[in-house]
Design a protein around this ligand. Structure first.
Ligand SMILES: [Fe+2]
Length: 281
């Protein structure tokens, strides 16, 4: 069990619920990044059968050292539990001057679970804009689609092109829309992806110390969380691609996921879900 100080806090979890990803810039130290690059070059990275506990994967390798970093353990534990299951991994390569980008997609067939897998994306070397890092569409994780069925969409408002330094990690909800951008340099680009399945119920797995006092009073929580930076505030924020009115559908989706993660079935954001549940007998 990792020390609580390394777990995510409620603001970070709310960000994940709202946007479907968390980004950790330059989290992994240079010596591990360089060792992982050497392992990639000599094709020494070997995954495990699907369903293997993550603690049993990559023994003695640089990737194991990356996964054992307290901050990495903390974010994994917060999202999918202490010892999630290895689903699959992949070293994604974008060839130099490849001439095309990958189509926008989600990494699954339509998957309507509230329980979620995460995909860790690890960038072991610098990724400048012209190298075409992963592109993702924040907040798209509730729009469950079938693989490449959304590939016709291009340049969605609010999309993020990953430009980052070596050692950066992304933790993605499995539903998020993303793709590999075109690499316009003369160097290969690598990204290591690791999909993890939860092995425990995803219920308050993060450091909820900052949440507990709010739960003593529902009235109080609505007041406190509506403040800037509070959970309600984070779950209310719009993405540029949301429909013109207010992004209500996405806010309702976020409320449902927040209720699932906290076990608080009364939680609401400005009555958006409560209104739909009002069914007087
Ligand atoms: Fe993908």
């Amino acid at each position: 069990m990792i020390d609580k100080q390394h777990l995510l806090n409620s603001q970070q979890m709310a960000e994940f619920v709202a946007r479907g990803f968390l980004r950790f810039d330059e989290l992994v130290p240079a010596e591990i990044n360089e060792a992982v690059m050497r392992d990639i070059d000599r094709q020494a990275i070997k995954g495990a059968p699907a369903g293997t506990p993550l603690s049993q994967c990559y023994a003695g390798t640089a990737l194991r050292h990356m996964l054992d970093l307290p901050a990495v353990q903390g974010l994994i534990q917060s999202l999918v539990g202490e010892d999630p299951l290895f689903d699959h991994d992949a070293i994604h390569v974008r060839e130099p001057n490849e001439g095309k980008a990958q189509g926008l997609h989600a990494d699954s067939i339509i998957d309507l679970r509230t329980h979620f897998d995460i995909q860790l994306m690890y960038f072991p070397h610098d990724v400048p804009l012209e190298m075409g890092g992963t592109l993702l569409l924040p907040g798209s994780h509730f729009r469950r689609v079938n693989e490449m069925d959304v590939a016709a969409y291009q340049n969605m408002r609010g999309q993020i092109a990953m430009v980052c330094k070596a050692g950066t990690l992304l933790a993605l909800h499995h539903g998020i829309w993303h793709c590999g951008r075109q690499n316009k340099t003369d160097r290969r680009r690598y990204m290591f992806k690791l999909r993890l399945n939860p092995a425990v119920r995803q219920l308050r797995l993060w450091n909820t110390q900052d949440l507990e006092p709010d739960y003593q009073s529902q009235r109080e929580i609505y007041t406190r969380n509506a403040r800037d930076g509070g959970v309600q505030d984070i779950l209310s924020r719009r993405e540029p691609w949301f429909e013109a009115a207010s992004g209500r559908l996405e806010i309702v989706n976020r409320i449902k996921l927040w209720r699932f993660l906290t076990g608080d079935n009364e939680f609401d954001v400005h009555y958006w879900l409560g209104r739909l549940e009002n069914k007087p007998a």
